[in-house]
Design a protein around this ligand. Sequence first.
Ligand SMILES: Cc1cc2nc3c(=O)[nH]c(=O)nc-3n(C[C@H](O)[C@H](O)[C@H](O)COP(=O)(O)OP(=O)(O)OC[C@H]3O[C@@H](n4cnc5c(N)ncnc54)[C@H](O)[C@@H]3O)c2cc1C
Length: 436
Amino acid sequence: MGTTSLWQNWSGTESADPARVVRPVSAGELAAAVVAAANDGLRVKAVGTGHSFSGIAVADGVQVDMGGLDQVVEVDSRTGVVTVEAGMTLARLNEVLDAHGLALENMGDIDRQTVSGAISTGTHGTGDRYRGFAWQVKGLRLVQGDGSIVHCTEFVRPELFAAARLGLGAIGVIAEVTLQCVPAFRLKAVERPERLGAVLEGLDVLVAENDHFEFYWFPHTDRTLTKCNNRYAMSEPSRAPGRLANWWTRKFTENTLFEASNRVGTRFPGMVRGLNRLAGRVWSAREYTDVSHKVFTSPRSVVFREMEYAVPREALPEVLEDLKAMVEREGHTVSFPVEVRFAAADDVWLSTAQGRRTAYVAVHQYHRHDHEAYFKDCAAIFDAADGRPHWGKMHDLTAKKLADRYDRFEDFLKVRDAVDPDRRFANAYLERVLGD
Ligand SMILES: Cc1cc2nc3c(=O)[nH]c(=O)nc-3n(C[C@H](O)[C@H](O)[C@H](O)COP(=O)(O)OP(=O)(O)OC[C@H]3O[C@@H](n4cnc5c(N)ncnc54)[C@H](O)[C@@H]3O)c2cc1C
């Protein structure tokens, strides 16, 4: 029997009061929970660690807590093909991969998410030659609306696989995920402050010459922090920051001090410009080398709201110029940096980088600060650039607009109609972005 409880996502933007919560520990129990929900006329929503900012994980019927499905199924160290239960967190997956001399090819900023949550929303990192999580998926074991458990890959039920590998939770509940991993590697990180103009002028070179390039722009200033991460073999000596240096940068500067500065900025908006200039200086130059996932990810304890759009790579300079002008023209007070990342084109149906070389622009606002007017003005700029919103981050787009932005949107809907005609896996967010 399940229990009930009020659920909230990480950023506090969404809550749910499901009819019941279940925590299966096997694919069989998961399938039984789906059948029981159908018998009771309830919808089903699998939930990872609730790190989506959008309402994508909100359950109104049966909430499936994926935390009980977190075991390793199979690891092939030779081929790098790894199968795990879908509710395993990325942090735990990295421990498993470390032990087998393997790694995820690319990662985003944190490792708190579940594997199934990360792939289902199109979670990505940065790198002009690299692609998002869903692209690394080679196979899925999936529970469908009638409780049947199916296996799909590029070759077995390929259409189902194409939809479900980045399925927004609409195609069924994933029980297991098979990922193509790579041999473990080190990343050398070079972080340094640069002027925005210099970054935009040298952008093509920075993006092409670094494996994983990204930058943060501090609104109201022309300061940025650039991050160039490059890949080396594990034989490269580790030059990880010492414990004190790590605490100073990752815990104190990027979290404790940043939280304090955001609180001051919320109370005294007139100080935000100066605080951003200060942040641009305090987040200072450093270099270190460490195991890939320790460089890709950092702790994030300052709670914020986020909207992120994928725009065609060539549109990026104009989008940033428009953002800069808009922030000043409209008088927004923005205490959080804008994060800019890159990805190669991929062929995953609902990937935000499907069919085009992509730049990601993420705007944030401190959780105690109103984000609505700022995000609305940002969305207008992203929309004009044919942007595709991150499925797990805040946006207002509907199925009608989204259909025009994805070549395979109709194909996705056809698979959904075939495997979930009763809309067992729908919620209000999916009704908005996919239609009824
Ligand atoms: C601090 C922070 C940093 C972030 N950094 C990045 C980043 O660098 N790059 C990036 O792209 N995104 C980033 N995100 C967004 C985040 O990666 C995604 O929202 C991700 O989906 C969250 O995973 P989760 O496990 O919390 O999933 P949830 O938010 O709980 O769920 C997300 C979706 O996955 C579905 N789902 C979960 N499990 C299953 C399953 N077993 N079967 C079917 N559907 C399932 C849910 O139903 C829901 O639709 C960040 C978010 C936060 C809060």
